[in-house]
Ligand binder design. Structure first.
Ligand SMILES: Cc1cc2nc3c(=O)[nH]c(=O)nc-3n(C[C@H](O)[C@H](O)[C@H](O)COP(=O)(O)OP(=O)(O)OC[C@H]3O[C@@H](n4cnc5c(N)ncnc54)[C@H](O)[C@@H]3O)c2cc1C
Length: 343
């Protein structure tokens, strides 16, 4: 809405309590949106909370946690949605927030097997398509079917309709790492295809795939840029179908469409993995340097104790580089080539 109002000519101040915009998405998504808003003239303030709001005649004043004060003619709040208490009034054990929630997969309320909760009311993921998905599951379950809602968690497909648009499905890189996946991210410019020329050369935006390299499948995708929302479904199919990334080479995108972004992403992954193959000589050199540094540290112990921490720090630095490179060269799926052969 900040972007819409500023586009219509209003002077807009956007307050965000978190340290960045779109905290659930990849950091670059929030950063690019932040930049776009500032470019449009929006006063974006992150890491700041509203402490008090009052209306005085035609103006609204908001006191902020950093001691600043914002004055405006209108204020618009988006603070989240919580179901009203009346809907749960008949529930016996409604004391804790957790106990109010329906079971995760069948849309049935805990302790109330005759009551189904679909959509925003179950607080799973507040989106129209998720409500529709859960409605489908609930109908199947009521009909005696075995359907389960498993795709309505935090990784559900989502689009922020700003300019640049932010479209994402699955996990961010950080979320994947938090789940202890052997996850790697591959980024390309969203405008780096011939088809993108129809939308303006060098328009800002990033496309990222997050790949679980142990399984060789996509676990997350994020696209930012102009009109990227419809790119999302291809990523959703690849993710839900757990299609091996190597297999995606067979899904040839037509030239000159913006779908060639998939080609760019696959090439980026292949290039990065291939580059690591060439890191073996670097590894040998690092081993040589670390050995030298350790020898010097040992010599320093007998000569000049002041030099010991310095020399040890140098050798540790070399050892760290060796550890990182050796981890990448460890013959895991991360080193698999397009044709499936292992180093
Ligand atoms: C500004 C805004 C923009 C959004 N944009 C998007 C978007 O772009 N894409 C997207 O996927 N989602 C978007 N959403 C979220 C989306 O609107 C909701 O996730 C979706 O509407 C949820 O559907 P629902 O049927 O669960 O709830 P609702 O659509 O809220 O329907 C619930 C209905 O129940 C009625 N009701 C409430 N209490 C009672 C009662 N006691 N008795 C009888 N009736 C009652 C309400 O009046 C309402 O009509 C947006 C939401 C907002 C607020």
């Amino acid at each position: 809405m900040a972007q819409a109002y500023s586009a219509l000519g209003s002077t807009v101040t956007l307050l965000e309590a978190a340290e960045r915009l779109l905290t659930r998405e990849e950091p670059f998504a929030g950063e690019q949106l932040h930049e776009a808003l500032v470019e449009r003239g929006v006063d974006v303030r992150v890491g700041v909370e509203a402490r008090a709001v009052r209306r005085d005649g035609a103006s609204v004043t908001v006191d902020l946690s950093d001691g600043e004060r914002v004055e405006a003619t209108k204020s618009w709040w988006r603070l989240g949605v919580v179901p009203g208490p009346t809907i749960w009034a008949s529930k016996p054990s409604a004391s804790s927030r957790e106990s109010r929630l329906p079971s995760m997969t069948r849309c049935v309320c805990r302790g109330l097997p005759w009551l189904y909760a679909i959509g925003d009311v179950n607080e799973r993921w507040l989106l129209t398509h998720i409500a529709k998905y859960q409605a489908h599951v609930a109908c199947e379950v009521i009909d005696g079917g075995q359907a389960r809602a498993t795709r309505d968690g935090g990784g559900a497909p989502r689009v922020v309709f700003t300019d640049p648009q932010v479209a994402a499905v699955g996990l961010t890189l950080q979320a994947a790492k938090d789940q202890r996946l052997n996850a790697r991210a591959y980024d390309v410019l969203s405008s780096a295809t011939a088809g993108a020329g129809f939308y303006g050369r060098d328009t800002p935006g990033t496309s990222r795939l997050v790949v679980d390299e142990d399984r060789g499948v996509i676990v997350g995708a994020t696209f930012t840029g102009t009109d990227v929302a419809d790119w999302l479904h291809a990523a959703t199919i690849a993710l839900v179908g757990e299609i091996p990334v190597e297999r995606l080479w067979e899904a040839v995108p037509a030239f000159p469409t913006r779908s060639e972004i998939w080609l760019n992403l696959l090439e980026k992954r292949e290039t990065e993995l291939a580059r690591e193959h060439d890191e073996a000589p670097v590894l040998i050199e690092q081993v040589r340097r670390a050995t030298l540094a350790l020898t010097q540290a040992a010599a320093a112990i007998s000569e000049d104790r002041m030099l010991v921490p310095d020399r040890l720090a140098t050798s540790l630095r070399h050892l760290l580089v060796i550890y990182v490179i050796a981890g990448r060269l460890d013959g895991g799926p991360a080193t698999r080539s397009r044709h499936g052969d292992q180093r």
